[in-house]
Design a protein. Structure first.
Length: 232
């Protein structure tokens, strides 16, 4: 994936209600001219809105770029982001800072964790709770690569903040405090809760990057090219 990423497709016009929520075409359909449905649609105050098309990518991160342990700044409890490439990732209201605010897809319950596209992806997956250090350490020892599914978006700003408890993709568990110890030991010592990312204003030259899914895989550079994937 090139950085900075600007290659967004043309925007699309969608229908949203008075609260900005996306309204599917089937909801708008009223072929029988039902008065009750017509009144309901009038109350919803449907508007047309131009938004970005959703752009997704699969990124393979080789085992050499994975961490054996949290960087020293985090592991000593300083929790700072200075000197590390970890920007954004704090919880923001869903659709709160992007032109594509009618888009509702995304993994984080009640909000989104969006990073700059030049952030360290290994730190992003730890900070976002999809992986903890126990799992990453084990994968690196077994020379496994990490496959990361991401969504790219235009963002107005990037909010910093502390990371999520390890949920391993079981998104509903984030609000319950995570899955401590399931994929390693250490609880909050091994997941994103002690990691503090930096905020970034509207001067970022690239796109926003939201983690959707993560898995560890055995893959060679030859295999990746056969799948049409770029290897970094």
């Amino acid at each position: 994936m090139p950085f900075p990423f600007f290659d967004f497709p043309e925007k699309v016009v969608v229908n949203v209600d008075k609260d900005g929520a996306l309204v599917p075409d089937e909801v708008l359909a009223n072929e029988n001219n039902d008065p009750a449905k017509a009144a309901m649609l009038d109350e919803m105050m449907i508007l047309e809105k131009e938004v970005d098309r959703e752009v997704r990518a699969s990124i393979i991160l080789p085992c050499g770029l994975l961490y054996d342990d949290l960087p020293t700044m985090f592991s000593k409890g300083q929790s700072g982001w200075k000197g590390l490439n970890l920007w954004g990732g704090g919880i923001i209201p869903r659709g709160g800072t992007t032109p594509a605010e009618a888009q509702s897809s995304g993994p984080t319950i009640g909000g989104r964790r969006v990073y700059t596209d030049d952030s360290d992806l290994a730190l992003c997956v730890l900070h976002s709770g999809f992986v903890n250090m126990g799992g990453m350490r084990k994968a690196k020892a077994n020379q496994m690569s990490m496959k990361i599914e991401v969504k790219l978006s235009r963002e107005g700003r990037f909010v910093g903040g502390f990371g999520a408890p390890y949920h391993g993709g079981h998104l509903e568990k984030e609000k319950e405090g995570g899955l401590d110890g399931v994929n390693g030991t250490g609880g909050h010592e091994e997941d994103g809760r002690r990691m503090l990312s930096g905020g970034w204003g509207n001067g970022h030259d690239g796109a926003g990057l939201e983690i959707l899914a993560v898995e560890f895989i055995q893959v060679s550079c030859h295999d990746a090219k056969c799948f049409g994937l770029e290897v970094y």
